[in-house]
Design a protein around this ligand. Structure first.
Ligand SMILES: [Zn+2]
Ligand SMILES: [Zn+2]
Length: 109
């Protein structure tokens, strides 16, 4: 089953809901309630079911961790400190899509 957004095979199946919990917790710990609320909206827009089963919760998923964390990246990119932490904690670059390169380009802006 390929990701509904990037059409790559989902090799590291962690669903948006499971990732959401971790990212949300992190944003709250950092004191960003507003971003955590924005994250809720992002996650619900990406939860559409699918043929792949999540490793953690066994729920159906159709969007890969890369695409999800890429949206998270967009959410925090205006804040360089958050962006750096985001690269550290949630780097799901699968080695061929350039997620980290893109994130570091934002840091250099
Ligand atoms: Zn994807
Ligand atoms: Zn899950």
């Amino acid at each position: 089953m390929n990701c509904a957004l990037c059409d790559e095979v989902i090799t590291n199946p962690l669903c948006p809901c499971c990732l959401h919990e971790e990212v949300r917790q992190w944003l709250l710990e950092e004191g960003h309630e507003r971003l955590a609320a924005a994250l809720d909206a992002i996650t619900s827009s990406l939860v559409k079911g699918g043929q792949t089963r999540c490793l953690m919760c066994s729920g159906p998923m159709g969007v890969c961790a890369y695409c999800y964390t890429r949206d998270v990246l967009e959410l925090v990119r205006h804040d360089k400190r958050l962006l750096e932490r985001n690269i550290e904690y949630f780097n799901f670059d699968l080695g061929h899509l350039g997620w980290e390169r893109e994130a570091r380009a934002y840091l250099d802006e």
